[in-house]
Design a protein around this ligand. Structure first.
Ligand SMILES: [Zn+2]
Length: 435
């Protein structure tokens, strides 16, 4: 305990030590192959071998163990392994919030637990149960001189990214969240959907109001033109894949949809998972920009479709979103292999839909009160099929798996509380001290 406290308090010394360390290492890659400075062998308890210069915090919204298994069985089969299951350390995290009325968390409270290490009420973004702002991992990274980024297929002002970069008592206050991103936490890179919150009613922005695929979408911002505000603050603004590919500069705002970057509907009712820019491409761009900072970076990456399609008992699209997440994890691991002082973690804030993988059986659960049987789906690499049984349209209260690799990852193994995830990541980012 004493050693831990020592390392926390040795912040000033740590910064100097970290700066000195950076000077000795090649730019753009703190740890080279064969150099285990960034590795975590020996349980991560030693000095200097468990500090993460970079953190890539990957969240599958609604990603429970059964969702990971659904994606595995449907895409690589019984003998296959997903990238997200290949990380060196594995554990699980509880998902509880501190809501006075509901047993099961929502994404705002779930993300606040990860981002700030504080359990709060459902709907709270970056505030505690009394509504007081609580500092976030992204803010801690920024204060340590690191570059920061938020990448999501949700609206960039939706619960998860919001909880890392804003503080509001109500997750619905999305224009205020956007304003706080620009004027408060100021991430260097913000990429995702949700353009409608950035423009006032009547100003469609780059994404037209009332499009055919969802006529309800239209600009509804309450803080004037926040895209203009962003540009005034030095952000390059882009709204499509080409613009993102061409974008230069160290501050980047990309809004690639009016709302989410997909259409979350029941199967066959206009459901669509075709993001304007795939999650993996947004993440690649973010890594390009953020990795130029010699102090390192903190990047949150979220795939939102797993949750949204699980709410709609739509396993086909849940699998697609899960695949997109896994491709992105593979990219992050590739980056981590070249930059060993990077902590990569993959976690779900809660599970959604009560997803059960079952044998195909027409006799199972027919009649009154039947739950939603979905499928059958092919089990990849075999002649077998399985059914997905959705037992709720809401979130569920079980723990979710967490996998991690890189400096500090060993602390994420085993049984965790959701607030422990925050503590472990914060600790991994602390500048190296004497302890
Ligand atoms: Zn949800």
């Amino acid at each position: 305990m004493q050693a831990r406290r020592g390392r926390f308090s040795a912040r000033t010394t740590g910064v100097a030590a970290a700066a000195a360390l950076v000077m000795l290492l090649p730019l753009g890659g703190g740890g080279e192959r064969g150099d285990d400075r960034g590795g975590d062998r020996g349980g991560g308890q030693g000095h200097g071998n468990d500090r993460a210069r970079n953190v890539i915090f990957i969240q599958g919204d609604g990603l429970g163990l059964s969702h990971r298994e659904l994606v595995r069985l449907a895409t690589v089969g019984k003998d296959g392994q997903l990238a997200m299951d290949s990380l060196e350390h594995a554990g699980w995290t509880t998902t509880d919030s501190a809501d006075p009325e509901e047993a099961v968390t929502d994404s705002a409270a779930g993300a606040t637990a990860f981002a700030s290490g504080v359990r709060t009420y459902n709907g709270a973004v970056g505030v505690d149960v009394d509504g007081n702002p609580v500092p976030t991992l992204l803010e801690a990274a920024r204060d340590a001189g690191k570059a920061t980024g938020l990448v999501t297929t949700a609206q960039v002002t939706d619960a998860t990214p919001a909880a890392f970069g804003a503080h509001v008592p109500d997750r619905g206050d999305q224009s205020e969240i956007a304003r706080q991103l620009l004027e408060g936490s100021r991430p260097d890179v913000v990429l995702g959907g949700g353009e409608d919150w950035w423009y006032p009613a009547g100003d469609p922005g780059a994404w037209e109001d009332n499009p055919a695929k969802d006529p309800t979408e239209q600009s509804k911002g309450t803080k004037r033109n926040l895209v203009e505000r962003a540009q005034g603050l030095g952000y390059t603004y882009v709204s499509d894949a080409e613009g993102l590919a061409d974008a230069r500069g160290r501050k980047l705002l990309g809004l690639f949809a009016n709302e989410e970057m997909f259409e979350q509907r029941n199967e066959g009712e206009g459901d669509l998972y075709e993001p304007e820019v795939p999650l993996v491409d947004m993440t690649a761009k973010a890594l390009d920009v953020l990795s130029r900072d010699r102090d390192g970076f903190f990047l949150l990456v979220e795939e939102e479709g797993v949750d949204e399609f699980a709410h709609r008992s739509n396993a086909t699209r849940t699998i697609q979103a899960g695949q997109a997440l896994d491709e992105t994890v593979a990219l992050a691991l590739d980056f981590q292999e070249r930059n060993r002082d990077t902590l990569v973690l993959v976690v779900g804030d809660h599970a959604t839909g009560g997803l059960a993988i079952e044998n195909v059986d027409p006799e199972d659960e027919g009649g009154e009160g039947a739950t939603a049987e979905d499928g059958p789906f092919d089990l990849a690499g075999s002649d077998l099929q399985f059914t997905v049984d959705w037992t709720t349209g809401g979130h569920t209260g079980e723990a979710t798996p967490i996998t991690a690799q890189g400096p500090g990852a060993a602390r994420l193994a085993g049984a965790q509380r959701n607030t422990d995830v925050h503590d472990a990541v914060l600790r991994a980012m602390q500048p190296r001290g004497r302890g």
